[in-house]
Ligand binder design. Sequence first.
Ligand code: FAD
Length: 459
Amino acid sequence: MARDYDIIVIGSGAAGLAAAVSAADAGASVLVVEGEKQVGGSSRLSGGHFYAAGTSVQKEAGVEDTADAMFEHYMTLNQWLVDPAVVRRYCDLSASTLEWAKELGVKYPVEGLYRSGVGSVPRGHTPVGDGEEVVNVLEGHRSHNGVDLVLNSRVTGLVTNDEGRVTGIRIGEDEASCGAVIIATGGFGNNPEMIEKYLPQASAGGDWNWYIGADGARGDGLTLGESVGGVIDGHDRALILASPGFSRDLEVLLPGWLVMLNEQGRRFCDETAPYIVIAGLLNKQGGHAYAVFDEPTRVAAKRTPMFQAYWVNEVLEQKADEGRILRADTLAELAAMAGINAEGMEGTIERYNRDVDAGEDAAFLKQAEMSKIQTPPFYAVEIRPAMLCWTGTGLRIDADTCVLSKAERPIRGLYAAGETVGNLHGDRYVGGGGSYGPCLVFGKLAGENAAKYAQELND
Ligand SMILES: Cc1cc2nc3c(=O)[nH]c(=O)nc-3n(C[C@H](O)[C@H](O)[C@H](O)COP(=O)(O)OP(=O)(O)OC[C@H]3O[C@@H](n4cnc5c(N)ncnc54)[C@H](O)[C@@H]3O)c2cc1C
């Protein structure tokens, strides 16, 4: 029986659209099925940065970089607790995929190149028009290449034949047949049950938790993959940013004028450290800490382009009046209210104040304008990791994007790419572009490989 399509792609974010475009370029007939009313998923809401090494943009900026150096940094950052073959493929293909995206029409200007994460080499590539424009460019090619698209159609099952080969998809009672399926359904930030099951670290945020991504991120790819024998990998991996929990505003950094103390009353980091490490450090303190400052510092906290929602004098005053921020006339009183060891707090603040006078943060090397904590009232704001940006637990794939079974065998006819994949990210997010980059790299690769597989099938 003739199949409906060579390839069916589930999901129309960066990974799904990249897969669709490359599969069609390889000569396959392709259908993209999207559960929501518009294409793009979280990719459309995203900054769309691309973490890559050895690109033409880096060369233009005079930055020497290689896939080898990127691999070494990635593996070291994650203590080798990630899948080397998959990471290696990402590093090896990052530059050529970025050039491919440029040829399609995405612009990555040299001014948008920056040091993302904690590495010394600038590998973050910022696209003009953010993730939305990347989606628009890919969507334009999808439509131009004659790839069919259905919206508002959430895939509910996969169809297999007697040999266990994936041969189609199901949407309720309807079925469509194909040579291969590519799962590109994104993460599971909108699925509380999966968060509880796969992301225990999220419990630290409690009822402050919120997900910054798209509605369609319900983890369907994990369920679909598992239903045909796929394995879930990368337990408890995600990017969760620190928040005072006042509102649902995406502010990724903390201001340098505050100090953060754990329950022992000790500082544990440079408060302006990159966002990729702060949440992990908070988890090591038991899942929360307190930002402490005094009255003149609060009054001086003006609204800036970076700090609009939380760390602004009138917001802090209002939250203190509401009892949402602790306020006290002495540090000892503040420590008691927050459940912080008073002696530890007193000693830490004494030391910090000496450092402010000396103009140097001798303990944590913070490079920021610091303020002494000496004039009452004093304030303590609880901080928790609570802004869920993406999830890193998902389907286990091989370096060719085939979904693997428990027996480590590729499930025939099943590929996966993007946030639904679970064996690329470690405990530390590599930096800005570390998710969107692999979405494009593995989306494109999945499209090429699935097209080849489907074309070689004798059915
Ligand atoms: C605000 C924001 C900023 C970000 N900034 C960056 C950044 O600058 N750099 C970076 O690297 N990462 C960033 N990220 C993360 C990154 O954007 C995402 O990880 C990435 O875009 C995910 O792409 P995807 O294609 O895997 O999934 P998505 O873009 O989420 O697409 C998946 C699609 O699948 C659809 N779908 C799901 N289930 C089904 C189903 N059963 N049937 C049919 N369709 C289904 C969904 O509706 C969705 O449209 C950001 C994320 C957000 C939310």
